[in-house]
Every structure is written in C-alpha cells, then in structure tokens.
Design a protein around this ligand. Sequence first.
Ligand code: SAH
Length: 396
Amino acid sequence: MSVLFLKPGREKSLLRRHPWIFSGAVARVEGAPAPGATVDVCSAEGKFLARAAYSPHSQIQGRVWTFEPEQTVDADFLRRRVRASLRARHLLGLEDTTNAVRLVHAESDGLPGLIVDKYADVLVVQFLAWGVEYWRQTLIEILCEETGLQAIYERSDAEARALEGLSMRTGWIRGSFLETRRLIQENGLHFQVDLASGHKTGFYLDQRANRLRVRALAAGREVLDCFCYTGGFSINALAGGAKSVLSVDSSAEALSLCRLHVAENNLPIGRHATIEGDVFSLLRKFRDEGRSFDLIVLDPPKFAPTAAQAGKAARGYKDINRLAFKLLRPDGFLVTFSCSGGVDAALFQKIVASAALDAGVDAQIVETLTQAADHPISLHFPEGAYLKGLVCLKRA
Ligand code: SAH
C-alpha cells in the first residue's frame, strides 16, 4: 500500500480524530496511488496514524476512512459504515414523521464525501470526494442492497467536486421514473421534490425541525418568508394558522412550486402571496414603504463556503438582519439562519446582535436552532455543524 508521510509535528489533528489531511501537512507520498485509492498515513517518524482516501488535486489531500491499523478498506468495511448510518437514522424514529431523510451525512457518518438522501422511493446520491468516487460502484450496490430501494439518482454536481478535480455527473444510476419529481411527506404536509433540478439533492431536509418550530410560532401572525425556495417555511406557517404569508425568492420556478404546495396541502390560498425578486432590495423597499410583519424568516443561501469569505458574508448577513429587525413589529419573531461553513455560531450571533443594535431594536434570543438530527455532527469534525439559526423576539 502507498504511504503518505506527514511533516514533523503535523499529526495533532489526526490524533484528535479529525478526518482531513491538508496538503500543507504532507511531506511526501511513497508509491503511486491512483486518485481515491487508499493510503496509509504516517507521522514523520513513521508511526501509523490512519488509513485514508488519497486526493492528489485537492487542498484536502486525504480523507480518513479509519484510524484502526487492523481495518482494511474494502466492500465489507463500506457496508458496515452504511449499515451504521442506516441504523442511526432508524434510532431517530423519523419514519413516523417523514419519508424524506438524509441517510448518510458524509464525514459525520464516517463516509467522507458521500451524501445519500432518501425521497420516498428514490435515493439521491452525491459523490463529493475522490475516495467515494473510487468506490462508487461498490457503494451503489451496497446502498441498493441495504435500503432495498431500486431507484438511485445521482446529483454529483456540487461545487465541492470541482475542488477535488472531479467533473460533474447527474442522472439516473439505477432504475428510473419518467418523472424526476417525487412527492414527499413531512410532518403531515407534502412537498414536490425535483431530483434533477432542485437545490442540493432537491429539498432542504436540514431545516425539517426548524420548519416545525415556525409552524408552532406562526398562529395569527403576518409572516414574511425570505429566500423561501419551494416554501418549506411558508407552508408550515400557513399550516400553523398564520394570518398571512408572503414568500419571496429570486427563482420563479421555486415560487411556482411554492404556490403548488399551498394548493396541494389544502391551505388557504387567499392568505398567501409570492414575490419574485431580490430580498436585499425588497427589504429596503418595504422599509421605505413602512411595512411591517410579526414573523420574518431569513434563510439565505451560503454566503461564505469557507472562512476566507467570512468578512463579505458578515456584511450580507448584517444587512438583511438589520432590515428585518426594522420591519418586525414589537413581539415579533425573527427566525434567522446561516448555512455558511465559514461563519460559526458565535460569529453569527455577533452579526445578528450588531444588526439589532444598528436597527435600534431591543431583542432577545429565545431559541437557538441547528440542522435536523439526520444531519449529525461528528464530535471530531466540528465543520459538520454548518447550519445555525436564532429565533429572536423583538421586545415591545
Ligand atoms: N428556506 C428554504 C431554503 C432556502 S435556499 C427552505 O426551507 O426550503 C435559498 C434560496 O434563496 C434559494 O431558493 C434561492 O433561489 C434564493 N435566493 C438566492 N439569492 C437570493 C436573493 N438575493 N433574493 C431572493 N432569493 C434569493
């Protein structure tokens, strides 16, 4: 087996079981491993540290499969990892609430770079790193066998692939339905998910529990759902008895699904409206018009994928949160999120605090939110905690 030797003193993160080996920590690679092949990772002194997937073109040159020297990375190993993921999901008892679940959450499930989401009778998979790309066929077999599902759609079109030097790949891998749209159930509501053109793998499964929170807070309120996509929060707000819901997104396609969801869930169409536009300018327009709301959701796209973009992202978050605080009535809730890996929970809270300060608003955090339980966070991989949310109450 090929061996990747670290520079002296660069083994600390591996000893803490962090699964990434950055290129700057690598002294040399002995042998000629193919991209994605398994290599032994050793300290400068030659001590075994881990067994990892080799990714020659990435800043993350190795992703650890195992820290156990006696474990071989093969089909059995991968099957055990997949089974452990599935068992963990089963333990969460999500079957009662939904048929759309993240079954494998990459590094946090010991399968670096692999995302598997189940939407009713279809698996949607993303192979986002060389290691899982190398084992792609094996993993597909295992996933079919272990889930008993016959249809798999691939959405390996995330930016992460470009960083690995992998090209994009999408389409049916196994089975196929004429339609790439599937109907899913979640907490008594249903949603259409477009596996081919939807964001991520089709739906924001990570917001499931937070949608339910918004449902619980929405009764009798005038709601503004910014960056609504296909209406996850809007539909839940209506289901929770909102007086009115205004859904805003820049995507006409997302908004048409959002309207469809209102109708298909038998919710009061008369209480719902959509606006296609840019949230940044719309919030300004609403401020100038003196409009106000009782509950505002801000769930923008990723402004900062890595810490390098944190500064620019912070300005973006501050801007929309400041404007939202201004539009919020006293006793109103601001439900605000960041899914940027480059902005951690502490920084996000600071940004929201300074937004409130600039808006001249007295607000308190009444709840902190995170990603749904089927998006676990390995204790050794804090990067896995990407979704941060705050529910702020504007004081009268
Ligand atoms: N809240 C949604 C997910 C939001 S994803 C849910 O729970 O399902 C982010 C959304 O923001 C996308 O739908 C994207 O089309 C939209 N978007 C991105 N930039 C925008 C902008 N400047 N103004 C309005 N919408 C924007």
